[in-house]
Design a protein around this ligand. Sequence first.
Ligand code: SF4
Ligand code: SF4
Ligand code: SF4
Length: 274
Amino acid sequence: MDEEKEKPKKENNRVTQKKLRKASQVLVLILVMVLTYLVYSVAFSVCWLDPMWHLQALFANRFDMGTDTYFMEGLTRIFVPSVLILGAFVLLAILFGRIFCGWFCPFGTMLDYIEGISPFRGKLHLPRELKDPGIKYAILIGFLILSFMTSQEAFCEFCPAGTVLKGLTGHIIFLSIPVFIVTLFIVLFYGRKTWCSYLCPLGAFFALFTRFHLFGIRAKKEDCTKCFMCNKACPMDVLVVEKYIQEGKKINDPECIKCMDCVDACPIKILKFP
Ligand code: SF4
Ligand code: SF4
Ligand code: SF4
């Protein structure tokens, strides 16, 4: 009897959590688009919302510019604010892993929708050699070195998200256009995972914190019926059952973006977050 009373409550929680994620994604996307449109002409403006910009800003060697004035300006206008803002994103990652990717990233949201409407999804298969999550760490390290060498936020010249967002304001970033076209192609044919798991440097940065993040999705091993519905639902191909539930661990996979699809797919609702 008690169990029967519990069921609708659990169902409501599940729906609310899923709706919250979708609402968060859409709200952040709209907010970032509006802010980009309104304030992009102001120096630095919307870049201040972008953790990748701050990460590169810390590496862009602005202190080696010859004069004390440049040193102080680099320190007070960029270095300290970037440490604080990036610190807030890092704290979020330490608490909840790659939740930025699943709940807040405006580009990830766009890719979700592009993948959702693609008639080509699943028509081609990515060669096995290219399915390597390690590629994105190499891209991250490469662009941080480039930022240091050029004293600029180097990835911003290639960022496919910048093509869309800054394009709204009429600012064309020429180098990023071919990257955007290639990204669009791979998401249309191979899905969002291809960009977010193998290529995105910001996804690589957040993935560094997932192994030891505090609040993960978990389930009791003995409750699991091994129906594998969670594995099938996962857009990032995480082996939820084999690597986590059966090992009695929370899901701390570097590719888990806290999308909640596995929680939603479990027919007996044993997966819990946080
Ligand atoms: S992997 Fe990159 S593009 Fe994908 S959601 Fe994360 S930050 Fe956004
Ligand atoms: S389905 Fe589950 S394991 Fe897969 S990315 Fe989403 S939350 Fe993580
Ligand atoms: S969907 Fe639920 S019951 Fe099925 S394997 Fe996953 S956790 Fe276990």
